[in-house]
Design a protein around this ligand. Structure first.
Ligand code: HEM
Ligand code: 2DC
Length: 470
């Protein structure tokens, strides 16, 4: 028999005091470590209240399974308040990220066919391959320039541009960056900076009602509004361009011309709704994959043996596939495990969240319907109870583990999982294939890089990577 909700461990009775302590501990950038600490203190389940927001936090894969199996057809996650506040303030429509109920589901089913279906991979591969190849060319030029056969740099901005060009311009819009009129260099940089600032200004506003910050016209709210304004206006420019082009000539009826064109031609969603969703995908497509790729290269640089194994796998797969890229990708089991392993140690999202739709039992406690439950995936990924020697970057563990049951949750789960998942996975796979085929990835030894919560989890200092021509 279960225990009552009110007996859950945790300091959940003192919301404002907690927020104060949290702030004192530098919590706004340290959410992930505070969570690990709390699981150590309270055990595998604790209740928490920060400011206005209350949640139940879990770490156990079995408990995650219980939660997700009861989520139903309309799962809801925590709605990031400043993101909602911006749209309401400027009167912008919501995309799937912020919609609920039937409105969410009907949009989402249409978008799944355009972004998540496995049949799309053959359309995405050539688009993403091209950008990967160009990145290699860029690196070669830099190596040439250095005259030393190698290039050392903080690749943050290079990878932002790569991600923008891959996922956003090529897959969403079916055009290369240089070809998007009104969206050449300075514009692209403006967009990239706006997305980073948008994430950065979100985290301090997570626990304080945005309406309050708006009323006192705080700097953080102003910056947040400005960054979303740039994101929306840049996206609008791109969408208008494609829209105009599509109406001028019908040339692209045969060849695959990207997600936006496909949505426009199908005519199943109203144009405002397409705009809202494409804007979200454009904003979601930059920092997520680029930061993950940066972590992946960092981990591979510190594990030269793994790097060699991956190179061998890629070499063999390339030979066997004889030019069939999809076939090659199918064979890259260790490479896919390496991406999973990167996201285990460095997830983009510190937690997954769901509102319960019915009463459920977690760790023998009754959790009422409509509670916010968070799965601490950062903490789970680093807990020796769920991953032996968690500090070790060991991609092969995913191929050998007894059970991976509800352990690989980096893109979320179920009907509400990441919409960009297939694009992100393919983009990262192809990037790493090209990099490993051409360069040795190295980094200075003994440099420890920590993690910072900036709404998404990012490195706490610049990572310097050395690329050496093979
Ligand atoms: C949602 C992770 C890349 C667009 C999510 C969620 C996670 C996530 C954990 C919440 C899922 C859940 O609640 O179950 C990641 C990771 C990425 C990535 C790890 C790359 C490494 C992308 C990209 C795009 C994107 C490239 C756009 C093309 C979205 C959208 C949602 C979402 C629109 C909300 C979906 C909905 O509510 O229906 N992502 N993401 N993400 N992601 Fe991603
Ligand atoms: C942040 O406590 C911490 O993929 C909060 O591409 C809980 C929370 C809720 C939703 C999460 C968010 C966290 C991190 C960033 C996520 C977001 C859902 C989607 C978003 C995980 C864990 C992200 C980065 C999307 C963003 C698309 C957007 C910019 C249009």
């Amino acid at each position: 028999v279960g225990l009552p909700f009110n007996e859950l461990p945790g300091n959940w009775r003192t919301g404002w005091l907690n927020l104060y302590h949290f702030w004192q501990e530098g919590g706004f950038h340290n959410v992930h470590n505070i969570m690990i600490h709390k699981f150590q203190k309270f055990g595998p389940i604790y209740r928490e209240k920060l400011g206005f927001y209350e949640s139940v936090n879990i770490i156990n894969p079995e408990d995650a399974a219980t939660l997700f199996k009861s989520e139903g057809n309309y799962p809801e996650r925590f709605m990031v308040p400043p993101w909602v506040a911006y749209r309401d303030f400027r009167n912008k429509p919501y995309g799937v990220l912020l919609k609920k109920g039937e409105a969410w589901r009907s949009d989402r089913l249409i978008l799944n066919k355009e972004a998540l279906s496995l049949q799309l991979l053959k359309c995405f591969v050539p688009l993403l391959n091209e950008v990967g190849e160009d990145f290699v060319k860029r690196v070669r030029v830099q190596i040439e320039k250095s005259g030393q056969g190698r290039w050392t740099a903080d690749l943050t901005n290079e990878l932002f541009r790569f991600a923008l060009e891959s996922a956003v311009c090529n897959v969403l819009y079916g055009v290369r960056l240089g070809l998007l009129q009104d969206f050449i260099d300075p514009e692209a940089q403006k967009f990239i900076d706006a997305v980073t600032l948008m994430f950065h200004t979100t985290s301090p506003m997570l626990y304080i009602p945005p309406a309050l910050l708006r009323r006192i016209n705080s700097k953080i709210w102003q910056d947040h509004v400005q960054s979303w304004d740039v994101i929306f206006s840049q996206a609008d420019k791109c969408i208008q361009n494609i829209y105009r082009e599509l109406r001028l000539d019908q040339k692209s009826t045969k060849e695959y011309a990207g997600i936006l064109s496909s949505l426009l031609m199908q005519d199943k969603l109203p144009i405002d709704c397409i705009k809202a969703n494409v804007t979200e995908m454009m904003a979601g497509g930059v920092d997520t994959t680029s930061m993950t790729l940066q972590w992946a290269m960092f981990e591979l640089a510190r594990a030269p043996a793994v790097q060699e194994q991956l190179r061998a796998e890629i070499f063999a797969a390339r030979q066997a596939a004889q030019g069939d890229e999809l076939k090659m990708l199918k064979a890259l089991r260790l490479l896919k495990a390496a991406i999973k392993e990167t996201l285990r140690l460095h997830p983009v999202a510190v937690t997954l969240q769901r509102y319960t739709t019915q009463e459920i039992i977690l760790q023998n406690y009754f959790i009422p319907a409509k509670s916010l439950v968070q799965v601490g995936i950062y903490a789970m990924g680093r807990d020796p109870k769920f991953f032996t020697k968690p500090e070790l970057f060991n991609p092969a563990r995913w191929l050998k583990m007894d059970s991976t049951y509800f352990r690989g949750l980096s893109f979320g789960f179920g009907p509400r999982q990441c919409l960009g998942r297939r694009i992100a996975e393919l983009e990262m796979q192809l990037f790493l294939v090209h990099m490993l085929e051409n360069f040795k990835i190295e980094t200075k030894r003994g440099v420890d890089i920590g993690t910072k919560f900036d709404l998404i989890l990012i490195p706490d200092k610049p990572i310097h990577i050395t690329l050496r021509a093979l």
